[in-house]
Write a protein that binds this ligand. Structure first.
Ligand code: GLU
Length: 444
């Protein structure tokens, strides 16, 4: 099979879906040795089938703001691949959301979920609604309107959304309340729920902790650890917050965090008190990261990413394509030893290539940020058996899953001729399980 030609055909069909085409190209190119070794995938036309979502739902979300004006947003749910389990993946509320971005996220989710070892298919959804600057009541009315359409497409064994950028505990609460009101059913149709109503302990921590556990495994292969390392982290939302906490716990100095306006820089490392202030600032006051410089000594750099600060480890935890080739060069020149993606596809292809070419330990998002959805899978499991596990139990399971993902990606990279390249290893390992399930199930 000519993968280049196939990519060209898919590009023609999906013109303008830049992020989706970027994610697809990365996966398909790394699958070349698999397709050569296993002609059955080509025969069953698996690649062309896997590139096409099983279902795309797009809908109108009318809602009323606090002034009584009627607003309209666009809602989506992409049910990308259900070969290994119910569709699973977050909802993103951000003005940048469009079909191409959600298709990229849904596509990544197929392989990420497969890597967790849990029975979850790939899905993603969201809206171009911007929660920034909206009142709690506006967010509630928006979420209720969103669920008034979404409820008919989801179910505990069909499709189970969760949070992503712009969707946290508050939004999941409003969405869940509306689902229950419409259907009169209390069931596991969302994850990231509150702990009093079916949520799992350690779900808020899971993506950030998981990313650090994954990085620890990468570091171990070089006889290294987090102890005494300088870590630069982008973002200051859920993933960044708990990556910071865990890295600090393991003895690292977290020297920066950021938001879409700029970065803070604390050469001596964030303290526990600083971290608590940031948690309140971001989760309750919903303020901006520059407010830190009014509260404790730190430099604030307006309009820049935190990749120029000298560090040993970089954890991009904000959003897609936030770390480009020039920034990767800067990190490499400054002596970075490991980069792990807490966000989905934060490194551009040029940046990822540079990290691999320079022998930097590189954990791609599909593997390094799978901890969030993994604990979502554990939340579903607890809901199904009607039990609630302790924080320690969930955290230990999460740790075990991240260790397995690393081992699986590493071994697969060796088996398919790119030893140590975890992009190749994660893509192939994630793909094999889904592709074989598709083969087992016939022409679906
Ligand atoms: N949005 C997260 C992700 O990108 C979590 C999805 C989930 O928990 O279903 O994996």
């Amino acid at each position: 099979m000519d993968i280049k030609q196939l990519l060209q055909e898919i590009e023609n069909k999906n013109a303008g879906q830049t992020e989706f085409l970027q994610a697809l190209k990365e996966v398909f190119e790394s699958l070349e040795p698999v397709i050569k070794r296993h002609p059955e995938y080509e025969k069953a036309n698996i690649l062309e089938r896997i590139a096409e979502p099983e279902r795309v739902i797009m809908f109108r979300i009318p809602w009323m703001d606090d002034n009584g004006d009627i607003k309209v947003n666009r809602g989506f749910r992409i049910e990308f691949n259900g070969a290994i389990g119910p569709y699973k993946g977050g909802l993103r509320f951000h003005p940048s959301v469009n079909l191409g971005i959600l298709k990229f996220l849904g596509f990544e989710q197929i392989f990420k979920n497969s890597l967790t070892g849990l029975p979850m298919g790939g899905g993603k959804g969201g809206s171009d609604f911007d929660p920034k600057g909206k009142s709690d009541n506006e967010v509630m009315r928006f979420c209720q309107s969103f669920m008034s359409e979404l409820y008919r497409h989801i179910g505990p064994n069909t499709d189970v959304p969760a949070g992503d950028i712009g969707v946290g505990g508050r939004e999941i609460g409003f969405l869940y309340g509306q689902y229950k009101k419409i259907t009169n059913r209390f069931e596991s149709i969302l994850t990231g729920k509150g702990r009093n109503w079916g949520g799992s302990l350690a779900r808020p921590e899971a993506t950030g902790y998981g990313c650090v556990y994954f990085t620890e495994e990468m570091l171990k292969t070089k006889g290294e650890s987090f102890q005494g390392k300088r870590v630069t982290i982008s973002g200051s939302g859920n993933v960044a917050q708990f990556a910071t906490q865990k890295a600090m716990e393991l003895g690292a100095k977290v020297i920066s965090l950021s938001d879409s306006n700029g970065s803070i820089y604390i050469p001596d490392g964030i303290t526990k008190e600083n971290w608590e202030f940031i948690m309140e600032l971001k989760n309750l006051k919903r303020g901006r990261i520059n407010e830190c410089s009014e509260k404790f000594p730190c430099e604030y750099h307006e309009g820049i990413h935190p990749w120029g600060f000298e560090c040993d480890i970089a954890l991009p935890c904000a959003t897609q394509n936030e770390l480009n080739g020039n920034e990767a060069k800067k990190l490499i020149d400054n002596g970075v030893i490991a980069v792990a993606e807490g966000a989905n596809m934060p490194s551009t292809p040029e940046a990822a290539d540079l990290f691999i070419a320079n022998g930097i330990l590189f954990g791609p998002g599909k593997a390094a940020n799978a901890g969030g959805v993994a604990v979502s899978g554990l939340e579903m499991c607890q809901n199904h058996i009607g039990l609630s596990w302790s924080f320690k139990e969930v955290d230990e399971k999460l740790h075990g899953i991240m260790v397995n993902i690393h081992e699986n990606a590493l071994k697969t990279s060796e088996k398919y001729g790119s030893p140590g390249n975890l992009i190749v290893g994660a893509n192939i390992a994630g793909f094999l399980k889904v592709a074989n399930s598709m083969l087992d199930q016939g022409i679906i």
